[in-house]
Design a protein around this ligand. Sequence first.
Ligand SMILES: Nc1ncnc2c1ncn2[C@@H]1O[C@H](COP(=O)(O)OP(=O)(O)OP(=O)(O)O)[C@@H](O)[C@H]1O
Ligand SMILES: [Mg+2]
Length: 474
Amino acid sequence: MARSIGIDIGTSKICAAVTESGVTTILKNKDGYTFYPAVLAKTEDGYLVGNSAVRQTLSRIDSTDYYLKRKLGALEVNDVSERVEIQDKLTVLFKTIRSDAENALRTVVRDCVVSVPACFRMLSRDCILTSARAAGFESVRLVSEQASAALVYSREVKGTERVMIVDFGGGMLTVSLAEITGSGADEATVTMLSNAENQNLGGIEFTRCIVSDVRNRLKEEYHLDVKKDKKTMYRLEQEAGRVKKELSSSPIATFSINNLAVVDGEEISFEYDYSRVQLERLSKDLIDEMEMEVQKALVDADLEWADISAIILVGGTTRIPAVADRIRRISELEPSHYLEPQECVAAGASMLADTLFRGEDKAVVRDVAPMNVLVKAGENRTFVAVEKNQPLPCELKKELHSGRLFSQTIQMKIYEGNHLKAEDNVLIRKIGVRAEKESLLEKPASTLLFKMDESGMLHIEAKGSDLKDTIHIC
Ligand SMILES: Nc1ncnc2c1ncn2[C@@H]1O[C@H](COP(=O)(O)OP(=O)(O)OP(=O)(O)O)[C@@H](O)[C@H]1O
Ligand SMILES: [Mg+2]
């Protein structure tokens, strides 16, 4: 029987899982690991993915991509060639995941649920959907990473609970509030209430605190600036990442790197003992920024700490003791380490995949709209078609006029963003729809239906006009 899987595309790693008969398994790839490093390298014959890309990074430093998800999140509507390149890379990734999953499960893998950051805009979501389909997945559904984690946590929930999910990963931070009812995918309902995020705050930033400290020391000791040397910078980042992780479990870790550069004819090596306290000092601003998002998520959901029954830690960066310490201090709650921080998102996506593609039409997870969608129609009328944090799916019916007496076409501009003025947001599409009611006395009009689906994609239906099909935005 064809199966469906859950996939978590992280900034640092990619993980896939399957759920069957209530049992969730993290899938091993062909190298025998439960995740792929999120690294892709372009070669003469195509792409290398994961560990094989990592292994040859130093020899292909200019064609190796480390931060694909950050690039995907920052993609703009006019970046056509960049979009094509990102989609190509994602397609290769999805093909690899699908083929490894088929080998591991010894059956056809047909459908998938892919987790995405709750804040991802439609363009980034569309790239994922398009690439996953291009890789051969038939049905693809998106779910927020935080809702996926909440779904796994639902196994712990009895009755109804309001929880906070702090997802601090490799490349971003998302703090979400959710209401969970029931227990496990077959009975649970996860309703997201709010999401607050910083797309440029992740484990990479903690690693770079160490890198920048090392660079300062190299400047002081050897008058050496390695910033422009990509290979050396890569080596510093790798070692700093290792030191950062070690400091989560031990008070001191040694940063050590050999043959760093040649200064005055002499090969330089660098060694320095970092303490956990030192890393905490270097990264204090990052923890302050995390606290801001935590407070914002609470305010956006109109909740107080007293309403929250658990704080769930997700993402590898929550292994840094200072992260849990700060959350504990501001909330006076003990954060829960119940979930495996780097696997739970894929696990939750697979739980959703299992119920959805078994044909059970249950709303197990209710995500919310990532941001407002504003529509400017005709001359100057702007309205909000979808509101940030509105439960998905949602729809709005609206009668629109063409704006001018003899013009039969209703021109619309669709914007995405949270600014009040339409033009301050991102223009994602311009569309003209032929009016349904044509009249010489009144302005031509049409009733349009603006729908945002469960994956956070907008579709517009204009009944009775020449627009027979739905327009998919993006
Ligand atoms: N023991 C540890 N101490 C500190 N940081 C850690 C530890 N283990 C992993 N990390 C960090 O966690 C990050 C990876 O976390 P995770 O796998 O949750 O991210 P991701 O899902 O790939 O990224 P994102 O969700 O942000 O897109 C990396 O920055 C890694 O260095
Ligand atoms: Mg993640």
